[in-house]
Design a protein around this ligand. Structure first.
Ligand code: KG4
Ligand code: ZN
Length: 344
């Protein structure tokens, strides 16, 4: 079964063709990073306009890279939640139109499910894929959650952030340090030249399996101000002008270490609470992080190129939804849900 997966929930316009939920025939991702580098973050209206320009060329390239025409495609899958409203609209309106035009079944997929299913892509056989029940650590720009999965397409949230997502925290700390958007890769790069034991940041005191990352961002801000001998009233956007390159690298490394430690600590606690778990999968943009990968050697991680937003994971998620009996959605009435839980 060949599925065309379409993803436009944030600032990547992406389409891919995947066979049987695993074999990637094509995977095209057009990133808007270059546009948003200038602004230091995503501007929703600009993202939607860029999706509109890129979406059909991206889909056509996915078809031609896979040497497919529309007759070869068995179904279309698209991200309909959660994400930026305008961005989700462009992807879903395109998918709805194509489904009607080419008479293909249409599947609407939750973005976080797609991230999780990136771990089933490119695996050679069933035995080497993650085994149930499993824990999924979803770490992205918008979410930080631990999910318990009894089987395919069964998601139970057992831990979630009470404030910022970990990716958002990387992005905000990068801004304080004057590192370019997106913050995750910039912090990771600077950290390679830094001393991760130079600064100590406290772990948040959050109950159970939940996370909190807004305190860590503030702790870094205060530590930078203290290091520079500046008052806490000193504007955060100006601190970068006073930091030496080595200080930036040391802050990046120390922050990254703390963020990874916090994630691992909660995951270990979750494994203690769910002793029947057979596999751990890590998913979402932050799963590209090398230190996180090193800290969890037994866990499944997507290929680094599939950690961020892409269409292949959307096609994989739809394939497993179909396997569990999910029916196609109505292309004339498919809605978007910018903020919705994976359990819905
Ligand atoms: O999954 P994703 O591409 O988009 C969302 O669904 O949010 O995640 C984007 C997030 C950003 O916050 C970005 O800074 C972070 O993933 N990220 C990383 C790394 N690469 C991307 N964070 C830490 N280390 C990385 N190497
Ligand atoms: Zn994402």
């Amino acid at each position: 079964m060949k599925i065309l997966g379409i993803e436009t929930s944030c600032d990547e316009t992406a389409a891919a063709i995947v066979e049987d939920g695993a074999r990637i025939l094509s995977n095209v991702v057009v990133s808007q990073i270059d546009i948003f580098k200038e602004y230091g973050g995503v501007i929703p209206e600009v993202a939607a306009r860029s999706h509109l320009e890129a979406i059909m060329p991206v889909i056509n390239k996915a078809l031609s890279d896979a040497a497919c025409n529309w007759d070869d495609i068995d179904a279309i899958a698209v991200t309909h939640a959660p994400g930026l409203l305008g961005s989700l609209l462009i992807g879903t309106l395109t998918a709805r139109t194509l489904a009607i035009l080419h008479e293909k079944p249409l599947y609407a997929v939750n973005h976080l499910k797609s991230h999780v299913y990136a771990n089933w892509l490119d695996v050679e056989d069933k035995a080497s894929s993650p085994q149930f029940p499993l824990l999924a650590l979803v770490v992205s720009g918008g979410h930080t959650q631990i999910l318990y999965m009894k089987g395919h397409n069964q998601f139970e949230i057992i831990g979630t952030t009470v404030d910022d997502a970990v990716g958002e925290c990387f992005d905000k700390v990068a801004k304080i340090l004057g590192l370019p958007y997106p913050g995750g890769p910039s912090i990771a790069k600077a950290a390679m030249k830094g001393d991760d034991s130079k600064y100590k940041f406290p772990h948040p005191k959050v109950e159970g399996l939940d996370f909190s990352f807004s305190g860590l961002k503030t702790a870094v801000l205060r530590a930078v101000q203290k290091e520079l001998g500046l008052p806490i009233s000193h504007p955060s956007h100006d601190l970068k002008n006073h930091l030496s390159e080595q200080q930036i690298c040391d802050f990046a490394a120390s922050f990254q270490k703390t963020a990874v430690d916090i994630l691992v600590e909660k995951l270990v606690r979750a494994l203690e609470k769910y002793p029947d778990v057979q596999s751990v999968v890590v998913a979402g943009g932050v799963s590209a992080n090398r230190e996180l990968r090193k800290a969890l050697p037994e866990a499944y991680f997507p290929a680094p190129s599939l950690s961020g937003d892409n269409g292949a994971m959307v096609a994989a998620a739809a394939f497993y939804e179909i396997q569990t009996g999910v029916k196609p959605t109505d292309p004339y009435s498919l809605n978007i849900y910018p903020r919705v839980s994976i359990e819905k």
